[in-house]
Design a protein around this ligand. Structure first.
Ligand code: SAM
Length: 354
């Protein structure tokens, strides 16, 4: 590491803040040495707050029907080859019950933007989930909705909402999305969610088409200012039926480097080692944890729809039973010295924040 890299890394570790150009410098001048140094400190600060716990969230992919046409996504509306499905309320509640029996205390309902899942349908389901399992957190990841809709879902009992900002750079956002989607609306959603008292997750893909180190630096500065409760970052992985089919995937190396930086920017953040990371490398999720991540999200969706929620090619774990997903991750985490914790795993319960 050169002197400047060392100085920036040390300042990040102590002050949790750098200027945007400094983040860019860190990214452009990264080396194996710098990555190891930042990972060591990322793991240390995470351990001070959460010990060796890795939190699990049970993910239920409720539908792959989507009105949006994001250029990177395999379930975009113009993909005519996508075999569409929508789980029934009974199926969703049954998956959640199964997750509960396996010990999961957070359920994440994720899906495309499907008009069927109106406020009325969602609120009914959230209420049923909460009354069946009052000790569970309900996390939603259903894309962009109105303030009134987010308010109704919150009122029904939803605790957390995941909505990746995708990129903090307006022009880059416009290159990844069709004209009818807007950067301003994405940001409006994140601010509304926060104002309504949700625990909010933002995030972005590493190596998405046209992404530069300057845009990544903007993402880091955005995260520094927004201080999300959760932050989902994973590599972009191309899908064969999208306009980005021939674009190269993001790398494990850069994703892990950024995971360490994000941990150091905001030490208590809940940071998943994503399925996309496990897809580009067999030990991707373990490497993510060793870089500073502390959440894994095994799949609780019915096996019959697993391979239909195909956001990108070669997605892993599409054939596992829920129990298998859980025990597989448990073994993987214990092999690297971490303990899977199924409890609610709340950012507000990190040691320093009790
Ligand atoms: N519709 C909701 C939304 O927009 O937030 C939730 C579902 S959306 C498919 C979940 C996330 O998948 C997106 O935020 C995006 O970052 C990620 N994703 C989509 N296509 C991807 C790809 N090709 N590679 C990696 N991640 C992808």
């Amino acid at each position: 590491m050169n002197e400047r890299m060392k100085e920036l890394a040390e300042r990040l570790i102590t002050k949790h803040s750098l200027a945007e150009e400094e983040y860019q410098y860190l990214i452009e001048n990264r080396s194996a040495d710098a990555a190891a140094f930042l990972a060591e400190h990322a793991v240390r600060v995470r351990r001070e707050i959460y010990g060796n716990a890795v939190f699990v969230r049970g993910l239920i992919e409720i539908c792959n029907i989507c009105k949006n046409d994001c250029l990177y996504c395999g379930i975009r509306r113009s993909n005519r080859s996508c075999d569409r499905y929508r789980l029934t309320e009974e199926q969703i509640l049954a998956c959640a019950d199964e997750g509960y029996l396996l010990g999961f205390r957070t359920v994440v309902l994720q899906g495309g933007e499907d008009a069927y899942f109106s406020d009325e349908v969602m609120c009914g389901m959230i209420r049923q989930l909460k009354s069946a399992h009052p000790d569970c957190a309900v996390t939603l990841s259903l894309g962009e909705r109105s303030l009134a809709s987010y308010a109704a879902l919150r009122e029904a009992g939803a605790d957390r909402y995941l909505l990746r900002h995708e990129t903090a750079d307006r022009e880059h956002y416009e290159r990844l999305h069709p004209p009818e989607m807007s950067f301003d609306n994405r940001m409006r959603c994140l601010n509304d969610l926060r104002a309504l008292g949700y625990q909010v997750g933002c995030g972005f893909m590493v190596g998405s088409p046209f992404q530069t180190s300057q845009e990544l630096a903007e993402d880091l500065k955005f995260i520094e200012n927004f201080k999300p409760d959760m932050c989902g970052i994973g590599p972009f992985v191309p899908h064969h039926d999208t306009p980005f089919r021939d674009e190269p995937p993001g790398t494990l190396e850069l994703t892990c480097f950024l995971l360490s930086i994000i941990r150091l920017i905001y030490p208590p953040v809940l940071l998943p080692a994503t399925t996309a990371l496990g897809t580009i490398a067999p030990d991707g999720r373990e490497r993510g944890i060793l870089a500073g991540a502390n959440v894994v999200m095994p799949n609780l969706s019915p096996i019959s729809v697993r391979n239909k929620y195909e956001l990108y090619d070669n997605k892993i774990c599409t054939g596992d039973e829920s129990a298998q997903s859980r025990s597989c991750l448990e073994q993987r985490m214990s092999a690297i010295g971490y303990e899977i914790v199924t409890d609610i795993g709340d950012i507000r319960k990190g040691k320093r924040y009790e």
